[in-house]
Unconditional design. Structure first.
Length: 212
């Protein structure tokens, strides 16, 4: 399996990447501000599953195709960016109904839908795609054999760190949202901020370049 020194080095590099807010973290924060703690944690779970799908894809060799093909990479990036903008616009339009949903007077946002939205963002995260495709294979000890199993293990390490860090971000943002909950006007404002965050994130993802 993966030697301990490589495992620790990969964990350290993963932590450095994860603690810097990227598309997944900003999406979790936007969800927390717009819908609260439960939606944030559900989004984290979806993001984590989406990220691990990328790990599996890299382990099976698909990740190399995405990394080497500008067309495939760009298409995936733009789809993810468009989806973020769509979710952000919807959050802004629904911001005035947040107080009713928060107090239980309105329809709840489905947990399953929130989970799959998080999954879609996680699996289309350009930063994670590049990291897994370009960095993860470098920490595999091919002399030990079981290359696929080593990649899957390294992916689990990355996702374990991501779950903790992303959850902290989401809970912190949700706590800030809770402070606004006693005022429908302020809650609508913070819901709008969450939506604008997602729109800005989508634009940023679309504008992010890559080395040819």
């Amino acid at each position: 399996m993966v030697p301990a020194d490589r495992l620790l080095a990969f964990a350290a590099m993963s932590l450095l990447l994860i603690v810097i807010p990227g598309p997944s973290v900003l999406f979790v924060i936007g969800r927390a501000l717009a819908q609260g703690r439960r939606a944030a944690l559900t989004t984290v779970a979806g993001n984590t599953l989406g990220a691990y799908v990328l790990v599996v894809a890299v382990a099976l060799g698909v990740g190399a195709v995405v990394e080497r093909s500008v067309l495939v990479f760009t298409a995936l990036k733009l789809v993810g960016a468009a989806y973020l903008v769509y979710l952000g616009v919807r959050a802004v339009r629904q911001r005035r109904s947040l107080h009713a949903a928060f107090t239980g007077e309105g329809p709840a946002h489905g947990g399953l839908r929130t989970f799959w939205e998080g999954f879609a963002v996680g699996v289309a995260n350009p930063k994670t795609i590049v990291f897994f495709a370009a960095v993860l294979p470098q920490f595999v000890d091919r002399s030990q054999g079981h290359v696929t199993a080593q990649m899957l293990l390294l992916g689990l390490v990355f996702n374990a760190i991501a779950v903790v860090c992303d959850s902290v971000w989401g809970l912190a943002a949700a706590t800030t949202r809770d402070w606004f909950a006693n005022s429908p006007r302020r809650l609508a404002m913070i819901g709008g901020v969450g939506g604008l965050t997602m729109i800005g994130l989508g634009v940023t993802v679309a504008a992010t370049g890559r080395k040819e």
